[in-house]
Design a protein around this ligand. Structure first.
Ligand code: UTP
Length: 274
C-alpha cells in the first residue's frame, strides 16, 4: 500500500569528522554494510520498492552504492568472493532509486520537503539511516500495520533517560492502545526540566502527503532549522498523529557511542549465525 520510502541524507555528519569529510555519514559501515543499506533493506522488507533519497554535496557514493559496478562484477564473477555481493545485488534488483538534492541544510523538515518532488501526493515512509533498528519484525513493517488501521501520520518512539530528552523530539499524548499514543504535544530537543515526557521520536515515520503543505508554512524552530516535529504538531492539532512504541532495538549511529554499540551488537549476531 505504501510503496515509497524517503531517506533524508543531506546532513553534514559533523560528529563523525574527519571520517565524514569526503564520505557520507550514511555510508559508514556497521560490519560490512553501510548504514543506508540497512535502512533500504528494512523498507524493502515492509513491501516498499521505491527509494527516494535526499542527498547533498559530497554524497555521490550513495548513488554509486545502489548501482552496478561492472568492473567489480567482472572481477568477482565465478570466484569464491562472489557471495559478498549477494545482498546488495538483491536490493538493486528489487528497488528503484531516485535522488534529489537539498541545496541548503535547513533542517529535517526542509529535507523532507525537498523530497516532495520524488514522493508526489501519496503517503510515504521516512527512514533516518543513522538510526539503525533491529527487530524480529522490522520497525517499518510494524508501523505499516498500524497505518492500515488508522490511516494517519505515525512516528516511532522510544523511552529514553530523562536527562537525554534534549537530543530528541519528545511527545506527550494519551495511550489509546498498548504502545500507541495519540499525540497532544511535541517539543524539539527540550531541556529535561521542560520535557513533556521521556518518549522520544526516533528516525522512522509514516507521513501523509498533507505534511508537505504544512512544512511550507512551518517557521524555523529550534536551532533556526525547519523542524519536522513542529510540522507534525500542526498536523496533530488539525487531525491526528500517532506515536508508536516499537518492538525492537535502536542504535543512534549518528553518535560514536551508538555506532560502537551497534557494531558490537551486529557482530554478536553474526557470530551466532556462524
Ligand atoms: P542529524 O542532525 O542527526 O544529522 O540529522 P547531521 O546533521 O548529519 O549530523 P551531525 O549532528 O552534524 O553529526 C538527522 C538526519 O536528517 C538528515 C541527516 O542527513 C540525518 O540523516 N538531515 C538533517 C538532512 O537531510 N538535512 C538537514 O538539513 C538536516
Amino acid at each position: 500500500m505504501i510503496k515509497k520510502c524517503l531517506f533524508p541524507a543531506a546532513g553534514y555528519g559533523t560528529r563523525f569528522l574527519p571520517a565524514t569529510k569526503a564520505t557520507p555519514k550514511e555510508m559508514l559501515p556497521v560490519l560490512t554494510k553501510p548504514l543506508i543499506q540497512y535502512g533500504v533493506e528494512e523498507a524493502l522488507d515492509a513491501g516498499m520498492d521505491t527509494m527516494a533519497i535526499v542527498t547533498g554535496r559530497g554524497k555521490r557514493a550513495i548513488e554509486d552504492h545502489f548501482d552496478i559496478s561492472y568492473e567489480l562484477e567482472h572481477q568477482i564473477k565465478g570466484t569464491s568472493k562472489e557471495h559478498y555481493l549477494t545482498e546488495i545485488r538483491d536490493v538493486i534488483t528489487k528497488c528503484t532509486f531516485s535522488y534529489t538534492r537539498q541545496i541548503e541544510m535547513k533542517g529535517l523538515g526542509h529535507a523532507i520537503l525537498s523530497g516532495q518532488t520524488l514522493i508526489g501526493n501519496e503517503p510515504f515512509a521516512v527512514v533516518l539511516a543513522d538510526d539503525l533498528c533491529h527487530a524480529p519484525k522490522g520497525v517499518l513493517s510494524q508501523m505499516l500495520d498500524l497505518y492500515e488501521k488508522y490511516q494517519c501520520s505515525i512516528v516511532a518512539i522510544e523511552e529514553v533517560p530523562k536527562e537525554e530528552t534534549n537530543k530528541y523530539g519528545v511527545i506527550a499524548g494519551k495511550e489509546i492502545e498498548k504502545d500507541i499514543f495519540m499525540i497532544s504535544d511535541m517539543v524539539e530537543k527540550p531541556d529535561p526540566k521542560d520535557a513533556p515526557s521521556n518518549l522520544a521520536i526516533i528516525g522512522r515515520y509514516i507521513l501523509t502527503p498533507d505534511i508537505f503543505d504544512i512544512i511550507k508554512t512551518t517557521k524555523p524552530g529550534k536551532g533556526g532549522e525547519i523542524q519536522i516535529t513542529d510540522a507534525l504538531l500542526t498536523q496533530a492539532k488539525k487531525g491526528m498523529v500517532l506515536a508508536y512504541k516499537f518492538d525492537g532495538e535502536r542504535f543512534d549511529c549518528g553518535s560514536i557511542d551508538g555506532f560502537v554499540k551497534a557494531t558490537n551488537y551486529f557482530y554478536e549476531l553474526e557470530k551466532e549465525k556462524n
